[in-house]
Design a binder for this molecule. Structure first.
Ligand SMILES: Nc1nc2c(c(=O)[nH]1)N[C@H]1C(S)=C(S)[C@@H](COP(=O)(O)O)O[C@H]1N2
Ligand SMILES: [Mo]
Length: 459
């Protein structure tokens, strides 16, 4: 019977008069829930928040899962090679090596960078930059595939949902990925366009991105694996749990198959790979590096390989590197001053080594010849246990005009103060009268126009 209740029952106790209504403060969560309820019943405003707005029949957990798993593999490689790149600078050795001072405990994993295999940095940094560029289409495709979720209605369902969407997902993940990719690509393409140091921006951006990425993967990996396992034809109904808000409730007719979409993104990645990889492979392949500014023709002859910054652009005056140039070798309380002729009179050693820049370009092995760093250390009486060495250029200022090389680098028999390359004197742009060349190290450690070596410094 409708309306039946305790107080209508005949013979029941007379109803107590209602207590005067106290002003009750509704808790925040309660108010939020009410607002959500109102928003939900009012329905989304016209536009991208309407479920029917996103109509591509391709969107669904399978496609997002495939892009997600590709990114998981690719981004993991980017993180590892990126962390290695930072370690390769030996930042803990000396403040001047550290392009990201104030890293704090983010440098917890640093280790002494090895000198073998001699092509190590060429490989890790080539992979880092080429893969980073090639993943851009996949990253964009992944964002495209989840776009309806960015416009979900109501925008915030609960405190947890708000946290996930606002702080974690949107800002940190999408923002972190965008920031890290954009700074990386700008550094490859345009170098030195940053308001601060590229290293600092890319380093912190990457850590934010990594943290958000790990959380995101932890939440989403099982779903992605399930969807990909279920196969390409798997398209759950829009409202189902498995659809994850990705499936359009009113799909438009397909203009391309899911396989076709994948092929398109894959072709985009492959094309980017082909127009960038040449700058890392070098040699003939440089001609294919259309997208890489460092793929331009470096000239011919013994000095005909990539120049990072010319002598002129580094502020080197002809008089700095003319006949008055001297090399000072210090260490163990002693000092020797040498002319280039004196250096050429010392035992000349050869080493076939590449130059590999953080920007991703590298040269094939060049034949360098000059004096071993261990032989220079011996000049001031140091034995085979050559210590670390501070290398300084005649260049005034600039963060690459000096570096500290670790003891393992100074001791390696292939580490030279090079005077000649490929059978000719170094050109001014490649560091004449003398430059450092060491195996496996990043380009930035191959200081040009060297004028002083101080062994054992900083103590
Ligand atoms: N003095 C000095 N040495 C330097 C640099 C510099 O700017 N100044 N640039 C470094 C960087 S970043 C690279 S990649 C290599 C490039 O050497 P290359 O121009 O002979 O190819 O030189 C290194 N040596
Ligand atoms: Mo470099």
């Amino acid at each position: 019977m409708a309306g039946s209740g305790e107080r209508d029952r005949p013979g029941g106790l007379p109803k107590r008069p209602a207590a005067p209504a106290k002003p009750v403060r509704t808790p925040l969560t309660e108010r939020l829930r009410e607002a959500v309820g109102r928003a939900r019943s009012a329905g989304p405003p016209p536009g991208p928040t309407r479920p029917g707005f996103w109509r591509s029949p391709l969107r669904g957990p399978w496609l997002t899962g495939v892009f997600g798993l590709v990114l998981l593999a690719g981004v993991t490689v980017l993180f590892v090679t990126g962390l290695l790149s930072y370690a390769a600078y030996n930042p803990d050795l000396a403040v001047r090596n550290d392009q990201t001072q104030g890293k704090g405990w983010l440098g917890f994993y640093l280790f002494t960078w090895p000198t073998s295999p001699y092509w190590l940095y060429r490989l890790t940094q080539g992979v880092h930059t080429v893969l980073g560029v090639a993943l851009v289409p996949v990253l964009l495709a992944k964002l495209w595939s989840v776009i309806p979720k960015l416009f979900e209605w109501p925008p915030l369902r609960s405190a947890a949902h708000a946290l996930e969407r606002l702080s974690l997902l949107l800002l940190l993940l999408v923002g972190g990925a965008g920031f890290t990719f954009v700074t990386g690509i700008l550094n490859i393409q345009l170098d030195y366009v940053f308001p601060g140091s590229f290293y600092t921006l890319h380093f912190y951006g990457a850590w934010v991105f990594m943290a958000a990425f790990v959380v995101h993967v932890a939440f989403r990996l099982p779903r992605a694996v399930r969807a990909v396992r279920a196969g390409r034809a798997f398209q759950p109904t829009p409202d189902s749990e498995e659809a994850a808000g990705l499936v359009s409730p009113s799909p438009a007719p397909a203009t391309i198959s899911r396989r076709g979409a994948l092929a398109m993104v894959g072709a985009g990645s492959l094309a980017l790979l082909m127009v960038t990889a040449g700058q890392s492979i070098g040699g003939w392949w440089r001609k294919t590096a259309l997208l890489a500014p460092h793929g331009r023709d470096p000239g011919t002859g013994p000095n005909g390989f990539q120049i990072n910054k010319t002598a002129a652009s580094s502020g080197i005056r002809p008089s700095d590197i003319g006949p008055a140039w001297r090399l000072t070798v210090r260490g163990a309380g002693r000092q020797e001053v040498l002319t280039r002729e004196m250096l050429l009179a010392m035992p000349q050693r050869e080493a076939d080594l590449p130059i590999a820049c953080v920007e991703g370009w590298s040269t094939p092995d060049q034949r360098w010849s000059g004096v071993r760093l261990t032989d220079l250390a011996a000049l001031v009486g140091l034995g085979s246990d050559t210590p670390q060495v501070l290398v300084e250029s005649v260049q005034r200022g600039g963060s690459f005009s000096s570096v500290v090389l670790a003891a393992n680098q100074a001791r390696d028999g292939r580490s030279l103060l090079a005077l000649r390359v490929n059978g000719a004197d170094l050109s001014p742009d490649h560091g004449y009268p003398a430059r450092v060349i060491i195996p496996a190290a990043p380009g930035v450690h191959h200081t040009k126009w060297v004028t002083r070596l101080t062994f054992g410094e900083p103590a």
